[in-house]
Design a protein around this ligand. Structure first.
Ligand code: ATP
Ligand code: MG
Length: 397
C-alpha cells in the first residue's frame, strides 16, 4: 500500500482529491465544523452527481458497510453491493485494510489492486476518510481508478525489451563462440575456419536484419499520426517488389503472377513505406508458401473499402499451401509473433515484418485483412484510399 498525505502527489491523486472536493463539498483534511449541513435534497443531488462519474465510487459507514455506490461501482461489483460489508464485494486484503484505515484512523491512501473478474483489470484504489457529519453515516469514500491500459503499455514495453534482448542474444552467442574457437582450437584449421566464417556471416546478417527491422518499426511508429498524402503509383511498386524478389522466387521454383488492371488510380500515401508493405507480404508468401506453386499479387479497384468506406484499391498477395490456424490470425501482426518460431528463424525471419506492415497501413488509415483456409490458401489483403480525384493523375501500364 502506498500512503499519501497533504497535497503534493501525482497528478492522478490530485485529480481524485479535487473530485472529492467537487463531489462532497469538503476536503478530507478540513475540520468537521466546516462541513456543509447534510440535508436530504443535497444528498440526492450528490448521488445523482456520483452516477455521472465513470469511475466506481463507494461510500462506507463506520462498520465498513457500503451505504452508497454509483452506477459504475454497481457495474463492476454487481447489484448486491449496498448494505453489505465491503468484503462481500471486494475480497482484496490490501483494499479492505485501506478502507478500514480510512474509517478508523482517518488515513488517506492509494493502493494498487488487481481484480480477476470478469477479466483481469488493474486499479488504483483511493481511500479517502470522511469526517463525521451530522448523521455520522458516511466515514470513507473509495474511488477505483482503472489503470489497466497503462499497465498493458508497461507490460508491452517490458516484453519488447525482453524479446529484443533474446533475439539478439542467440546470434551474438554464436559469434562469440566461433571467435573463441577460431582463436583457440581451430586456429590452424583452414577448412574449419572457412566453415565457421560462413556461419558467422549468416549470424551477423541476422543481427543486422533485426536492427534494420527495429529501426524501420520505430520510424513508422514515430510518424504514425501523420497521414501521408502524396500520390503513389501502386502498379510500379508491385512490379518493383516482383523484380527484386524474382531471383529468390526462382530459387524455390515459384512463379510470381502479377495481376494488375491496365488503368489503376493512384493512392494517397508514402511510396517507400508502401513498397516495404508489398515487399514484406511477397517475401512471406515466398518463404511460407510451398515451393513450385505460384504466388499471386492481385490489385483491383474497390467502390467501398470495408469498415472504412470511400473508394480505393485492394492489393492481395496470395500463396497456396497449409493454412494458418485461425487462433494465430489475430496475433500475426504482434511484434516477434511467429507461428512456427524455429522454422521462421531458420529461414531468417525476425517476426517483425507484419508488425511493420500493420503500422504502415494504420498510418495510411488503410486496412489489412488476412484469410487462410485449406481450400483457398492464404491471402494478405491491403486496402488503401484513392488519391483525391480532382488532382489524381491516372497511371497507364
Ligand atoms: N504467407 C504466409 N503463409 C503462412 N504463414 C505466414 C505467412 N505470412 C506470415 N506468416 C506467419 O506469420 C509469422 C509472422 O510473419 P512476419 O512477417 O511478421 O515475421 P517473419 O516472416 O517471421 O520475419 P520477418 O518478416 O521479420 O523477416 C511468420 O513467422 C509466419 O509464421
Ligand atoms: Mg516476414
Amino acid at each position: 500500500m502506498t500512503e499519501t498525505s497533504g497535497g503534493t502527489h501525482l497528478p492522478g491523486s490530485f485529480r481524485i482529491k479535487h473530485l472529492a472536493n467537487q463531489l462532497f463539498g469538503w476536503s478530507p483534511n478540513q475540520p468537521s465544523a466546516a462541513q456543509p449541513p447534510d440535508i436530504p435534497h443535497q444528498r440526492v443531488v450528490h448521488l445523482a452527481v456520483l452516477d455521472t462519474f465513470a469511475v466506481p465510487i463507494l461510500l462506507l459507514n463506520a462498520q465498513r458497510v457500503v451505504v452508497e455506490a454509483n452506477l459504475a461501482a454497481h457495474e463492476l461489483f454487481g447489484a448486491r453491493l449496498v448494505n453489505h460489508d465491503l468484503a462481500h464485494s471486494l475480497r482484496h486484503p490490501a483494499a479492505l485494510d485501506a478502507a478500514s484505515a480510512a474509517i478508523a484512523e482517518g488515513r488517506q491512501s492509494t493502493t494498487p489492486i488487481t481484480l480477476l473478474t470478469p477479466v483481469t483489470s488493474y486499479y488504483e484504489l483511493h481511500a479517502l476518510p470522511v469526517p463525521p457529519d451530522r448523521d455520522a453515516k458516511v466515514r470513507a469514500a473509495l474511488i477505483l481508478q482503472d489503470v489497466t491500459a497503462a499497465h498493458h503499455v508497461e507490460q508491452m514495453r517490458a516484453d519488447f525489451v525482453a524479446n529484443v534482448s533474446h533475439e539478439l542474444r542467440s546470434p551474438l552467442a554464436a559469434l562469440t563462440g566461433f571467435i573463441e574457437t577460431l582463436k583457440g582450437p581451430a586456429k590452424d584449421d583452414v577448412a574449419a575456419r572457412a566453415r565457421f566464417l560462413d556461419i558467422m556471416e549468416v549470424e551477423a546478417h541476422r543481427m543486422g536484419r533485426l536492427i534494420d527491422d527495429l529501426l524501420s518499426l520505430s520510424r513508422v511508429e514515430a510518424k504514425e499520426h501523420l497521414r501521408p498524402k502524396k500520390p503513389v503509383d501502386i502498379a510500379g511498386l508491385l512490379a518493383r517488389s516482383r523484380d527484386v524478389l524474382g531471383p529468390r522466387a526462382a530459387e524455390r521454383g515459384i512463379p510470381i503472377e502479377l495481376d494488375c488492371p491496365p488503368v489503376l488510380p493512384q493512392v494517397a500515401g508514402d511510396a517507400d513505406q508502401l513498397y516495404e508493405v508489398f515487399h514484406n507480404l511477397l517475401d512471406n508468401a515466398l518463404k511460407y508458401g510451398p515451393s513450385g506453386q505460384p504466388v499471386t499479387i492481385r490489385a483491383q479497384m474497390v467502390e467501398r473499402i470495408p469498415e472504412i468506406g470511400g473508394q480505393g484499391l485492394r492489393v492481395c498477395v496470395h500463396n497456396s499451401g497449409d493454412p494458418i490456424a485461425p487462433e494465430h490470425l489475430p496475433r500475426l501482426t504482434e511484434r516477434f509473433y511467429r507461428v512456427d518460431k524455429a522454422r521462421s528463424r531458420d529461414i531468417g525471419g525476425t517476426g517483425l515484418g507484419l508488425a511493420i506492415v500493420k503500422h504502415i497501413v494504420n498510418r495510411h488509415r488503410g486496412r489489412l485483412s488476412i484469410e487462410s483456409s485449406a481450400e483457398n490458401g492464404t491471402s494478405f489483403c491491403i486496402y488503401l484510399a484513392e488519391f483525391p480525384k480532382e488532382s489524381a493523375p491516372v497511371t497507364q501500364l
